[in-house]
Structures are given as C-alpha cells and as structure tokens.
Ligand binder design. Structure first.
Ligand SMILES: NC(=O)c1ccc[n+]([C@@H]2O[C@H](COP(=O)([O-])OP(=O)(O)OC[C@H]3O[C@@H](n4cnc5c(N)ncnc54)[C@H](O)[C@@H]3O)[C@@H](O)[C@H]2O)c1
Ligand SMILES: O=C(O)[C@H](O)COP(=O)(O)O
Length: 527
C-alpha cells in the first residue's frame, strides 16, 4: 500500500511507515497536484496546508485513511471522508505544549512590544521611552476554550500571578476546579478581562465569536490573542478596534485565509504581533505529531482500530487498552454468526457478561458488525462505516450488559436473527487468545482462524469419519477438530478447521451426508 506524506511532516513519519508501506514525500503539494496524484494512495498524512476537499476525496479511489499531523481537521472534509468509509485521524496531543508556549510567547511579546523594539533597534533606533509595556502580574486573563491548550495557558498564566476567568460551555466544572480556574459566562470574560485568549476550534458557533459588538463591551485597552483558528476573532472588527485604541494590542498566529494576504486588515493594523501559524512549529511538537499520526495511519491501513480517529465514536486510551485484545475476537464472532445464518439479517444482539460489562464496549460491537458485514458486502466495511452500513440495511443493533457470568471471567454472546431463525455464538479470551466457546448452545473450544466448517449432526458413532473421508476425497486437509456437547439430546456439532480452499459444491455434499443437519463454512480470510 502507498502512503503520501505531505506538507513537510517530520521525516519521523517516513521512518515509521517505510518498513510496511511504499512512502512518497511531497513537502510542497499544490492543490492541482494533490488532485492528480491522490488516486494512487491508500493513505495520506497532512498538516494544515493541504486541503483534503470533497473533490480530492471523490478522486481518491483507494484512500482508506487521512492522518492529520496536528489537531485541527478543518482542512479535511470529514463528512465526505466518512461517507466513503475513510478514517480521518489526528494527533491531538503532540503539539499542545508548543501551542501553549507560543500563546505565552505571544502574550509576553505583545505586552512588552518585543517585535517592534527588536525591529527598530536593528535599524539603529535606541528608543527606551517609546516601548514601555505592561505587566501580566495582577491582570485578569480571560480564556475562552479550556481544553488542552487553554488549560496549559491557565497553568502558566497562574505562575505569572494572573487572575484567570474561563468560559467553556462544554467544560465539566470538576475539571475547572481541579485546575483552580474560576469559570464564568462569555459576558463575564468580555467585561472583566484585561487579556483574552481563545482556544477552541473554528465552528459555526465560534466564527466571529469576538466581534465589534462585544469588543465594544470589553475594558478599554484590552489585549487579545488568537493562536487557535483565524476567524474566531473577526479580523476587520479587530483591525478597527486596534486603530481606535479600544484594543490596545493583539497577537495573532492564525488567519481566515493562509498564507496571510497583504489585503487582510490585520496585515496593516497597528500594535499587532503576527506570526505565520507557528503555534505547532517546534522540533519536539513536529516529531510528536508525526509519530502519532503515522502510527495511526499504519494501524488504520492494517485494519486495526485507531483511538485518535475523529470520525468514529471516541475511545479513551485507557478503554482502548482494555478492549484491544477483544477486537479481533469480536470480528470473528460477527463473521461466524453471519456465516451460520440464512436470509437477510434483521437484528444483531451483542451481550457482554463479566468484567467487560463495565467498560465502554461500543468499539467491540462495531468490530462484530464489521466481521458480520465484510464477508457479504462489496464495499470494505471498517470501524468508520460499519454502523452506517448496518443502519442502511435496517439491521437493528442491540447491546446488552450484565456483570454476571458463569465459567468464564468474560463472555461475549453474539446473536443474529433472520426470517429463518436465530443463530448465536459465544467467545472469550484465554489469556490474549480469542476462542469461540459455544455455537448455538453447543460447548466448543475453537481457535477462530483460517476457515472452519461447522456441521450440526446426529449424535451417533461414525459421523466424523464420514465427513473426514469426503473431505479427504477432495484432498482437503483437516488441521483441527472439535465436537461440541449440548444439553439437547441426540445432537452434536463438529467444527473442522481446514487449511485448503473448499468449494460450495463440496460443502453441499457434506450437508447431504445422512445424519448431518447442515454444513456452513466460516472463512476468516474474508474479514
Ligand atoms: N496555532 C497553532 O499552530 C495551533 C496548534 C495547536 C492547536 N491549535 C488550535 O487550537 C485550538 C485548541 O486546541 P486544543 O488542542 O486545546 O483543543 P481541545 O479540543 O483540547 O479544546 C478545545 C476546547 O474548546 C471548547 N469549546 C468548544 N466550543 C466552544 C465554544 N463555543 N465556546 C467556548 N469553548 C468552546 C471545548 O469544550 C474544549 O474544551 C484548536 O482550534 C486547534 O486547532 C492551533
Ligand atoms: O491544528 C493544529 O494542530 C495547528 O494549527 C498546527 O497546524 P500545522 O500542523 O499546520 O502547523
């Protein structure tokens, strides 16, 4: 598979990917070139420069994953990617410190007029009277958006003896208390702050959040910082407020259109410190995001789950650690139960018993759906599109959780209903190895790999021999065999692991053997 590493992402990404993938590096990637070359690639890693638009995605016939070596995914059309089942992932933590420290640097440079003092001194002007700044100590800093970077700024600003007031409508009050930060409404921040810094994504709600109306209500001489996204502070309104003196100074790293055009009103505004989107530009951050994004892209291309995918239900790293060993088993249970069934799938129930009932199992249920649908659909089903594929087919999905369990520490029971009846399989982990432990109430111990042939049969001597001889006639080797017990009198189930390919015609012949009720092949190579 081929991966395109664009936008000057650190060479660390190439080091990580090149063992497994064919890697192409394009530090500069004009939009027309991206459109032209994207059909060749299975994966792409970008920073904010390349725009992965709907048009790019429509041409990306093989694309399975878009990795963002950074936080903001506003340069990627996530809706278009999700519709195509393309995983979009980011690297949300690698550049947090860099952006936090850049915000502090911007606040200090703006307060002490360092850029202009430096520039004029280089021109030979020794101007000590003109560049008298203000202190941070004792000032109120309004932080809008108290996420990773906002909290980091809060901590550092406290060390400068600033008073903090934060506004974040989605913030849990406990988190603010743990940080020792006072919270308030947007209006409280607007009215009380001497400095305001914004740290949230650009969304329809946050666009122009600071504008001429609320800038007019701020303290005269307020100082504003934007190291988040261009447009959260309206650029024309800010430029006007800098000219009028309502805003004493501003420090801006991000712009509505990048690179910054000379026509942008901020380019010529007074008392403003500008940097060309440098928040994440430290050696450490670029290595960090490249490592995280490339590991995510590699995992996605290998069909493994990705904890930083942004178009899937989020799963914490802690939960991921607990569920990871169950994912392959879950997929195999989905594949097995589907292979046992006939007719259109009406509903799928996944029941979790034991300790796993206490954890967030939604990704395991998605793995079951993936395993159930992949063998029967033309479109590749993955962790992103599995729930919507099930919905499109009107399959009712139900999760049941119960801490009670007999015989095992944890048990997953997958039941699938079609108009012809109900099939169920159960699985558990022995150590880290997944095992199918029951098929339609017959107790078995099956390692779900390669292909298995499942034959319910009458419980009488000679049945295994009959099936074995028929398969031997076609030179099909049986590498494993299990006979399942049940409380249902007179019936049994044999599960044969077979190495070789087997035709439907041979399976039909097995099912016609006297005493065999049915023969179903589960091909784990199809998931
Ligand atoms: N300048 C740079 O180079 C640079 C580097 C890294 C991140 N960023 C940007 O910084 C921003 C913050 O990044 P982060 O990692 O802290 O993100 P985060 O997701 O950890 O935090 C965002 C916070 O904003 C809050 N929020 C969302 N909508 C809000 C609203 N309407 N009003 C107030 N708060 C709201 C959320 O509740 C969350 O707490 C993002 O836009 C990101 O793209 C820029
Ligand atoms: O959202 C981000 O991570 C930052 O804006 C960094 O963007 P960059 O990778 O283009 O520097």
């Amino acid at each position: 598979m081929k991966v395109l590493v664009a936008d000057g992402v650190s060479p660390k990404a190439v080091d990580i990917l090149q063992g497994d993938f064919d890697v192409v590096v394009k530090d500069k990637l004009p939009a027309e070139e991206l459109l032209k070359i994207i059909p060749e690639f299975d994966g792409i890693i970008v920073r904010s420069a390349s725009k992965v638009t709907k048009e790019v995605i429509s041409k990306a016939a093989k694309l399975k994953v878009i990795g963002r070596a950074g936080v903001g995914t506003d340069n990627i059309d996530i809706t278009a990617a999700t519709e195509r089942g393309i995983i979009v992932l980011n690297a949300p933590e690698g550049n947090t410190i860099a952006a936090t420290e850049h915000t502090m640097a911007m606040m200090l440079s703006m307060s002490r007029m360092i850029p202009i003092a430096n520039e004029t001194l280089h021109k030979g002007e020794w101007n000590r009277k003109k560049y008298v700044g203000v202190e941070l100590r004792g000032k109120t800093l309004g932080i809008i958006g108290l996420g990773r970077i906002g909290s980091g700024v809060a901590k550092r600003a406290m060390a400068f003896d600033m008073n903090i007031i934060a506004y974040d409508p989605y913030l849990n009050e406990d988190r603010a208390q743990a940080l020792g930060v006072k919270t308030g409404s947007l209006g409280d921040v607007i009215k009380n702050a001497d400095f305001i810094t914004v740290h949230m994504p650009l969304t329809p709600q946050t666009k122009d959040m600071l504008n001429k109306d609320n800038i007019a209500q701020m303290k005269k001489g307020v100082r504003l910082v934007n190291c988040a996204r261009g447009g959260i502070i309206n650029e024309a309104d800010l430029a006007a407020a800098l000219k009028s003196g309502q805003v004493a100074a501003a420090a801006i790293d991000v712009f509505t259109s990048e690179p910054l055009s000379p026509d942008n009103p901020l380019a010529s505004a007074p008392n403003i410190v500008l940097t060309p989107h440098l928040g994440a530009s430290t050696v450490e951050a670029q290595i960090g995001v490249a490592i995280d994004a490339s590991h995510g892209v590699a995992a996605a291309l290998k069909g493994e789950p990705v904890s930083t995918a942004v178009n899937m239900a989020p799963v914490s790293a802690e939960t991921m650690g607990k569920i990871r060993p169950y994912l392959a088993l879950s997929e195999r249970l989905g594949c097995t139960v589907q292979s046992l069934s006939d007719g259109p799938i009406q509903s799928l129930t996944v029941q979790y018993n034991g300790e796993i009932a206490d954890i967030d199992t939604k990704m395991m249920t998605i793995a079951v759906i993936k395993g159930m649908l992949n063998p029967i659909l033309q479109t590749a089903v993955n962790y992103v599109n599995a729930p919507s594929m099930a919905k499109q087919r009107n399959i009712k999905i139900q999760e049941i959780k119960n801490k009670d369990v007999a015989n095992f520490a944890n048990l997953i029971t997958v039941t699938l209903k079609t108009p012809t009846g109900e099939q169920s399989v159960q699985g558990t982990l022995f150590g880290t190895e997944g095992r199918i432990v029951a098929i339609n109430q017959h107790r078995v111990d099956v390692d779900p790999h390669a292909r298995i042939l499942i034959c319910p049969h009458i419980n009488r001597p000679g049945m295994i021999g009959l099936v074995g001889s028929l398969l031997a006639k076609y030179n099909i080797n049986i590498s494993g065999m299990q006979v399942g017990k049940t409380s249902i009198a007179g019936t049994s189930i044999m599960v044969l692991t077979i190495d070789d390919d087997i035709t439907q015609d041979i399976i039909d012949q097995v099912s016609k053997i006297d005493g065999i009720f049915d023969a179903k092949l589960v091909n784990f190579y199809t998931i």
